[in-house]
Design a binder for this molecule. Sequence first.
Ligand SMILES: Cc1cc2nc3c(=O)[nH]c(=O)nc-3n(C[C@H](O)[C@H](O)[C@H](O)COP(=O)(O)OP(=O)(O)OC[C@H]3O[C@@H](n4cnc5c(N)ncnc54)[C@H](O)[C@@H]3O)c2cc1C
Length: 266
Amino acid sequence: MIEVETFPTLAEAARAMGAGAAYLGGGTVMMRAVNAGDAPARLVRTTDPALTQIRAMGDTLTLGAGVTMAQILAERDLDFLHDVARQIGGPQVRNMGTVGGNIFAPHPYGDFAVALLALGARVAMADGSSARPIEDVLRERDRPSGLIASVEVPRPRPGAFAFRKVSRVRPKGASIMSIAANLPREGGRVRGARLAWGAMGPRPLRGAAVERVLEGQSVDHGDIDRAAQIAAKGLEPPTDPLASSWYRTAVAGVHLKRLLQSMEGR
Ligand SMILES: Cc1cc2nc3c(=O)[nH]c(=O)nc-3n(C[C@H](O)[C@H](O)[C@H](O)COP(=O)(O)OP(=O)(O)OC[C@H]3O[C@@H](n4cnc5c(N)ncnc54)[C@H](O)[C@@H]3O)c2cc1C
C-alpha cells in the first residue's frame, strides 16, 4: 500500500520528506512506478501556490518546481523556453509534467533539464539552503535529498540560446539525443560557452570538448566543423531500444552541426 500525504506548505512537505519518501510532482514518471509496484511506500505532495509561480527579477526568471510545461508555453516572458517545452511529450504530459520532475526524469527523458543545464540554471531547495548549480543536483539525483522549491534561470542574450531534440517519432517520441547551446557573445566572439547533451549519458551532461572549441570563436563554418568532429568526445552514450551507443556517437556531430548552423546570423 502507498501512503500519499498532502501538505499546505512547502516547508511542511520538505520536513515530511524523510527516509524512504519521495515527492509526487505531476506524476507522469512516478505513476508508472506506482502502477509497476516500484514506487516508494510514502509519497509527499504540497498544494503551496509558491510551487507553481513564475517570477521575473532583472534577468533571472524563477520557476517554481511545480510549474508545468503547459504553463511555460503560456508565459510570453519565457519565450526562449517555448521550443523546449513544446517538445516534451504530448499535450497530456505537458499539462502535468513539471520542471522539478524533469530534473529527475530518467534517460532518455530530461529534455527540459538539458536546456536548464545549458542556461546555467540554479536549483533552490525547500529547506531554504542557498541555490546550487543544476549540474550538482543532476550529479546527485540518484540519491535525491529533499524537495526542490524552484529553479532560477538566467535569461539568455537574444539569439544566444538554441535547443534541438532528435527523435524517431514526431511529435511525441523520446529523445535519441537532445542538445542545448547557450553561446553569448562579446565583440562577436563567444564568451562563456555552455553546451548540454541529453540521452548521451546517464543524465544531462555538459559537452566540455565542444565548449572548448567554441569559446572565443565567432562560430563560423570552420568552427562548426571542428565542433562537429569532436562532438561526442568524452561522452559514453547508452544503448537503449531507441538507438545504440554506436549510433548516438556517430550522429552527434551531424545534429550538433545543424543546431549551430541554425544559430548562424542571429
Ligand atoms: C508518454 C510520455 C512522454 C514523455 N515525453 C517526454 C519527453 O519528450 N521529454 C522529457 O524530458 N520527458 C518526457 N516524459 C517524462 C516526464 O513526463 C517529464 O520528464 C516530466 O517533466 C516529469 O515531471 P513530473 O512532474 O510528472 O514528475 P513526477 O513523475 O511527479 O516525478 C518524477 C521524479 O521527480 C521527483 N520530483 C518531482 N518533483 C520534485 C521536486 N519538486 N523535488 C524533488 N523531487 C521531485 C519525483 O520524486 C520522481 O522521482 C514523458 C513521459 C510520458 C509518460
